[in-house]
Design a protein around this ligand. Structure first.
Ligand SMILES: [Fe+2]
Length: 155
């Protein structure tokens, strides 16, 4: 069943909300692909989701660091992201042997992430960020993003 974006999911931070909306679109794409499962399509959607999730988690951690939000919140954000990334890595391995099971598990994992991370930790993050950021700060610079990406994947 598709997940519907609603006010309940709005953190109030436009950057985070825009990325979450896109995440919802991708979750629904996976949901559609699971209706008539074709391994190569599931595999493509899986890769698209994994790539976007990485980008999104890096964005959030970059924002948290840039605005020097509370260290305990940064730590919690990072820890929950790492757990999620590890689970996606596990499912990526499962994808080769059992693509339908891996895609179903990914879908369940995403719904759980939305309900138990987005609605709690991401809301805490958004509340700790300034409301209006200057346009120059719209994107973290490339070097900073890369450094966070490397930390996120634990290399
Ligand atoms: Fe998020």
């Amino acid at each position: 069943m598709p997940i519907q974006w609603s006010k309940k999911f709005e953190t109030g931070n436009p950057d985070i909300d825009r990325e979450h909306r896109h995440l919802f679109d991708l979750v629904n794409l996976l949901d559609t692909a699971l209706e008539k499962p074709e391994p190569h399509i599931l595999s493509m959607v899986f890769l698209q989701l994994a790539g976007y999730i990485c980008h999104h988690l890096v964005s959030e951690e970059s924002l948290a660091a840039r605005y020097q939000v509370d260290a305990a919140l940064q730590e919690r954000l990072h820890r929950e992201h790492q757990t999620f990334v590890a689970e996606i890595g596990r499912l990526q391995h499962l994808m080769e042997a059992s693509p339908v099971k891996a895609a179903r598990d990914l879908h369940a994992c995403l719904i759980d992430f939305i309900n138990n991370h987005v609605l709690t930790t991401d809301f805490a993050l958004a509340a700790a960020l300034p409301g209006n950021r200057p346009p120059d700060d719209y994107e973290a610079d490339e070097a900073e993003r890369r450094s966070f990406a490397l930390r996120l994947v634990g290399s």
